[in-house]
Design a protein around this ligand. Structure first.
Ligand code: FAD
Length: 813
């Protein structure tokens, strides 16, 4: 084969993920793509993976990606004429507690929403699936009939076969050695020659951080990942397992004891035990333990002592496990991002470069990851919103110490439940507000928002603030009474919240306004005013929302969510003409919100601002003698001002406002109030899963604009036909829990949509949910049901999304 000197896409890394990306690109017609593998395909983590392929995931995006992979794998062998050992054995998950059963109910509901059947089980039913199981201390479990195990090498080779059949090229034993950029093209270097290409993909598995460093001179960042050592061992053959298999003509289902933190599965006639141990270990993190240049097909030394507690626990659960000795142990490298989810999508800061790495379940997710990545490269967007794996979700707060702390925590809690009021404790305080200590002194219980520490609620002396108290799915906890009080203070008096970390970009230069008009669906604010701007993708789906403050004809500040910092900067920067200037000023300013009917009176005593200026205006003024930008808006839906000031001036301003009588409130109270007001959250209600019209943003879409903003044509076509879905606000029977993200909504027993956010509204004393539902079921007054942890709660479609102060009288006061 002649060495290809050009390609459309070069993928670095021939594990299951890189090969799947190549397969999906080639199958979609992008055959002019090359994959470089430094050794043989599968030489990285893929060759030694256990090959378990679950559907189950608590995260909707991951569940969807795994569902897709499994569907693909079931037909792949035939499609590409490459037989694959794929045992669809089904799997049971065990629950030791009521809370765990609730988690299973939640995932069962999400899975059903995407067409998958999983069944809740009693302990007896678990034993019917897996007869060698001790169940006396179990609450029950979950059965997924489509779980199983696949041969990781075979599935990779099958994908490679498919990719080659569609014309793609795979170069084995061809390490990439670096990249350069010239005339808008990438040049990927190898010892055999250079390849010029339009797009490059880092799919280098546990070498992804090293490959990522090549992109530092091109705007890249240090890849936030840690390599962990992960083990499983195989027993000798167990006669009882052999006898059962022969009698039933199939393998035992996979078993996951998630509360004890291990899986157990049959391998021929032996058992394979794989724990995620608390006392886990990272590899290659110190200078005296450097990562070797080549670790192809290698393993770490056995470290079974670390697994002792898990082995003993599993032997009590399945006594047969102890009947035979260990035949073989596998201890291999597995890459972990700080949150344990993979990174798939655009490489932050670098043009035409993508990533697909840091997979902890890469065999189960590889198929889906290939689909997602190929869509991103080919179309610039993905069919499903994939923010949960977007590499831009981590910003400048990651560093080796953070990555390590989070990786150890995440690995050790791989199967942990993610309760809505629980905050993980590792590697905290990466970004603190200038009034952090003051918040703590007032009893703040902190949470992390895009790396920033913010108060969730304020405890009073004697309140329960233990981590254990947050181990509940229920709305009710020690915080609830305080959240209600905080809301009442804002409703009746004046509250202050420190919302540090708002992302903030300054856009300027002759022609800035005209350019911005061509990127957003709506109109820009007039000078001196502010409004919301929506950025559609080319399908007219919601890419993001920014608050736009217009200082001058061609001078703007764009403010967005803390978590959106890198994502939203790129939404602007990737299309920015050379003559315009875009500066990220996030670190330079801190934001406070002072809100409530008495906020004007309070600020009047501290500020020279003209507090009679109307809603959606802004002005530079002083507060407590310090300079600040005042925005007349309140996400709480009361009279109020955001006070934006430098970190140096913020403490004095905060002290003056607190001293004048404002009560601090937290994010839980703010969320309760924003949902009553119908204000939307980014990556909850606002996502690329839905169009602007489905999201009900019609008044922000100006079809009569002369600018061809992205998605204009698609939105016009949709407007003509009428959107298929519609955002509605539901008042839900209160129940004990708020409806989780993607909780299914039913009309007369038929699925008609899903919840995108929910909270209890303490001013209205009502459980509120924002949902996307089929247009037919969206009429005000329609009676629906929302499935909340397995219970069907009745819900009514409201005639407005703004349930609190629908006339905006309070906010305009
Ligand atoms: C013990 C163990 C058990 C596991 N069990 C499971 C399981 O049951 N189910 C599951 O879903 N996942 C499991 N995993 C995780 C799974 O192995 C990984 O998530 C998956 O293999 C990742 O695939 P990948 O393609 O991202 O990376 P890799 O398989 O590591 O592939 C990366 C490739 O890039 C190549 N490369 C690196 N640098 C270069 C370069 N400069 N030029 C060219 N090529 C380069 C490497 O040689 C390698 O082949 C397990 C992992 C371990 C350690």
């Amino acid at each position: 084969m002649t060495f290809p000197s050009t390609a459309r896409v070069v993928i670095i890394g021939g594990g299951v993920v890189g090969v799947s990306a190549l397969y999906h690109l080639a199958k979609a017609g992008w055959s002019d793509c090359v994959l470089l593998e430094k050794n043989e395909l599968t030489a990285g983590s893929t060759w030694h993976a256990a090959g378990n392929c679950p559907n189950f995931a608590a995260n909707y995006g991951i569940l969807n990606m795994q569902r897709y992979s499994l569907e693909l794998y079931r037909g792949l062998g035939d499609e590409v004429d490459y037989p694959i050992n794929y045992n669809v054995t089904g799997a049971i998950r065990l629950a030791h507690s009521h809370e765990r059963m609730m988690e299973f109910e939640r995932v069962r509901g999400m899975a059903a929403h995407m067409g998958l059947t999983m069944d809740m089980c009693t302990p007896d039913e678990l034993r019917q699936h897996f007869p060698f199981l001790e169940t006396h201390d179990l609450e029950g479990g979950l059965w997924d009939p489509l779980d199983g195990d696949i041969d990781p090498s075979q599935v990779t080779q099958a994908l490679a076969n498919g990719a080659r059949a569609h014309g793609a090229t795979i170069l084995r034993f061809t390490p990439a050695t670096g990249v350069t950029r010239s005339n808008g093209e990438w040049i990927v270097h190898t010892e055999k020659g250079d390849i010029r290409c339009d797009y490059v993909v880092n799919a280098a598995g546990y070498y992804a951080a090293r490959v990522g460093d090549w992109f530092l001179p091109h705007g890249g960042r240090k890849v936030p990942m840690t390599v962990m050592s992960h083990q499983y061992f195989l027993t000798e053959a167990i006669p009882e397992v052999e006898a059962w298999t022969k009698e039933h003509g199939r393998k035992l289902p996979l078993l996951r004891d998630v509360d004890s933190s291990y899986y157990l599965r049959q391998d021929t006639y032996s058992l394979n035990l794989g724990p995620y141990e608390r006392n886990c270990r990272a590899a290659w993190v110190n200078a005296d333990d450097p990562m070797p240049d080549d670790f192809s097909f290698q393993l770490y030394p056995d470290d079974l002592d670390r697994l002792e507690w898990y082995i003993m626990d599993a032997m009590e659960r399945v006594p047969l496990l102890g009947s035979q000795g260990v035949q073989r142990n596998i201890n291999g490298p597995i890459p972990y991002a700080p949150d344990g989810l993979p990174m798939v999508g655009p490489m932050p800061g670098v043009p035409n470069a993508f990533e697909a790495h840091s997979f902890t379940f890469g065999i189960a997710q590889g198929g889906g990851a290939g689909k997602v990545l190929s869509e991103w490269i080919m179309h610039g967007h993905t069919e499903w919103d994939m923010w949960s794996v977007d590499p831009r979700r981590f910003t400048d707060y990651t560093d080796p110490q953070y990555n390590l702390g989070k990786a150890l925590e995440t690995y050790g809690h791989e199967y942990a439940m993610h309760f809505p009021h629980h905050e993980w404790s590792a590697a905290r305080d990466k970004k603190r507000s200038p009034v952090h200590e003051r918040l703590l002194a007032d009893g703040a219980q902190m949470g992390v928002y895009g790396g920033w520490e913010r108060a969730n609620w304020f405890a009073k002396p004697g309140d329960e603030t233990s981590e254990e108290a947050t181990h509940t799915w229920n709305r009710n906890g020690p915080w609830e009474r305080r959240v209600r009080e905080e809301v009442e203070v804002v409703r009746d008096g004046v509250g202050i919240i420190d919302i540090c970390g708002f992302s903030r970009f300054e856009l300027s230069g002759a022609g800035a306004a005209e350019w911005l008009r061509g990127r957003v669906s709506g109109a820009l604010p007039k000078v001196g005013r502010m409004n919301l701007l929506y950025f559609p993708d080319t399908r007219g789906h919601v890419l993001t929302e920014m608050s736009c403050v217009r200082h001058d004809e061609d001078h703007f500040t764009l403010i967005t969510a803390a978590a959106a910092q890198w994502h939203d900067f790129e939404v602007l920067w990737r299309h920015l003409p050379e003559e315009l200037t875009l500066v990220d000023r996030t670190r330079e300013t801190n934001s406070l919100l002072v809100t409530g009917p008495k906020s004007r009176d309070l600020l009047a005593g501290l500020s020279d601002a003209d507090l009679s200026l109307g809603w959606l205006t802004h002005q530079n003024a002083t507060v407590a003698g310090r300079s600040a930008l005042l925005l007349r808006v309140s996400f709480a839906g009361e009279l109020g001002w955001e006070v934006h000031a430098s970190p140096e001036d913020t403490p004095a301003i905060y002290d003056a406002i607190r001293g004048a009588g404002a009560t601090p409130f937290g994010m839980y109270a703010l969320n309760s109030m924003r949902i009553e007001k119908g204000y939307l959250t980014w990556k909850g209600d606002l996502s690329t899963d839905y169009s602007l019209l489905e999201t009900g943003l019609n008044r922000f879409v100006r079809f009569d604009k002369e600018q061809d903003f992205p998605g204009k044509e698609a939105l016009a076509a949709e407007a003509e036909k009428g959107p298929l879905k519609q955002r509605v606000t539901l008042v839900v029977e209160p129940g004990e829990q708020d409806a989780p993200y993607m909780a299914a909504v039913f009309a007369n027993g038929k699925r008609v949509g899903e919840v995108t956010s929910s909270a209890y509204g303490y001013r209205l004393d009502a459980a509120i949910a924002i949902a996307m539902i089929e247009t037919d079921a969206a009429k005000p007054g329609t009676q629906l049901a929302v499935e909340v942890f397995g219970k069907q709660l009745s819900a009514t479609v409201q005639d407005t999304s703004c349930l609190w102060d629908p006339g905006n009288i309070r906010i305009r006061a």
